[in-house]
Design a protein around this ligand. Structure first.
Ligand SMILES: *Cc1c(COP(=O)(O)O)cnc(C)c1O
Length: 388
């Protein structure tokens, strides 16, 4: 957070306007719609809540199937644990770690209702192929965009490439709305009405007008009288909740959006420096997106040639003070999904890379020049010391 965020925050906090559901939220959502190119963008309290609502919109029924990626944070697929559906984990590409369209095709059936994927680390997935395959069987595509703000594919932005986009503004992400926050994006107007009701503590139901029991004349001036009188409900899809972002959070989000390019440039600078080191050593490989892909550089990922060397690299980087957080343990191997019959061998590429090669290094824009120099030095001496 910098001076611009502090200034905006202080103007919000000292303004007489209410701190909930006001003009800052509208402006933040409007800017986000323009940025993504989606017709609707609605703030919610976290990326996890965005994904829960996205899964709710899929209207899943017992016997339905959903194809997901195993190489993501647990929140991408966790909402499915609450539904009586068959989940199929689709293996990933060995460089991007994104869902592999070649592996997706054989998993789709006429019972597939949805494909849920992540743009791993900020590298946008091969959406043209994936969306085409999914739509051929009438399945919807949910994009987990928690990493991909600032990324693009051939000029188009994640969040408007599939049917529903889910963003996180947690403090670890490419922008943050005071530590927690999220956004859900899509084009459908009926979904916008439903999501707005859900996040505003109203029921997501199917309603019809009841003319005989209209609003009493003496209450017609009340805007909200309409919601109790003159309306019948034929079906409740789910209860509403309170999941909207505060004015302070949205105001800071707007300022952070202004700074997105600056922060993305810093992430790219760190990535380029690390890639340059990797390129000088045989047996390790960096990520190299094709032309037309703009990587959002949320995570820096590279691959050590084998298990033994990876173990040595991790130990030496740790000894040199580099923070290591490997993201993510393949989800189909976690206890919850094993309990549902998933297990070893289901996604061989994701498993091999995770257990033998995968390494993430820090690349946050908050790193100082001295910290970046230290990181680059530590990687260089480590790779030299572990060369094969
Ligand atoms: C952070 C993250 C989420 C969850 O977002 P929160 O805002 O922390 O709830 C979901 N998916 C991925 C891939 C994430 O990295």
């Amino acid at each position: 957070m910098g001076a611009a965020e502090m200034e905006t925050l202080s103007s919000v906090l000292t303004s007489p306007a209410a701190l909930s559901s006001g003009g800052w939220r509208e402006r933040f959502e409007e800017r986000f719609r323009e940025l993504c190119g989606s017709r609707h963008a609605l703030t919610v309290t976290s990326g996890t809540v965005a994904l829960e609502i996205a899964v709710h919109l899929l209207d899943l029924r017992p016997g339905d199937e959903v194809v997901v990626t195993p190489q993501t944070y647990q929140a991408t697929v966790q909402p499915l644990l609450g539904h009586d559906v068959t989940v199929r984990f689709c293996d990933v590409e060995p460089d991007s770690l994104n869902m592999d369209p070649d592996k997706l095709a054989p998993l789709l059936t006429d019972r597939t209702r949805a494909v849920i994927l992540v743009h791993y680390g900020g590298w946008p997935a091969e959406m043209d192929r994936i969306v085409k395959l999914a739509h051929e069987v009438d399945a919807l595509v949910v994009e987990d965009c928690a990493h991909s703000l600032g990324g693009a594919v051939d000029g188009r932005r994640p969040g408007a490439l599939g049917d529903i986009g889910c963003f996180s503004f947690h403090s670890s992400k490419n922008i943050t709305t005071l530590g927690e926050g999220g956004m859900i994006t899509f084009d459908r107007d009926d979904w916008a009405t439903r999501v707005d009701r859900i996040r505003s503590n109203e029921v997501d139901g199917e309603y019809y007008p009841v003319p005989a029991a209209g609003v009493p004349a003496e209450l017609r001036w009340m805007k909200y009288a309409q919601s109790a009188y003159g309306i019948g409900c034929s079906r409740v899809r789910r209860a509403g909740t309170n999941a909207t972002l505060s004015e302070a959070a949205c105001a800071v989000g707007l300022v952070q959006l202004d700074r997105l390019t600056e922060m993305a440039d810093r992430r790219r600078h760190i990535t380029n420096r690390l890639n340059e080191v990797i390129s000088r050593y045989p047996g390790v490989r960096a990520q190299h997106p094709r032309d037309g892909i703009r990587h959002a550089h949320h995570l820096y990922t590279f691959f050590a040639g084998d298990r033994v060397r990876r173990a040595r690299i991790l130990a030496e980087l740790d000894r040199r003070g580099i923070e290591l957080q490997l993201r993510y343990f393949p989800l189909h191997l976690t206890p919850e999904w094993r309990a549902l019959g998933h297990g070893d061998g289901e996604c061989p590429v994701a498993e091999r890379l995770w257990f033998t090669e995968h390494i993430n290094l820090p690349c946050q824009p908050v790193l100082t020049d001295a910290q970046i120099d230290h990181l680059v030095w530590a990687l260089d001496v480590t790779l030299a010391g572990t060369a094969v």
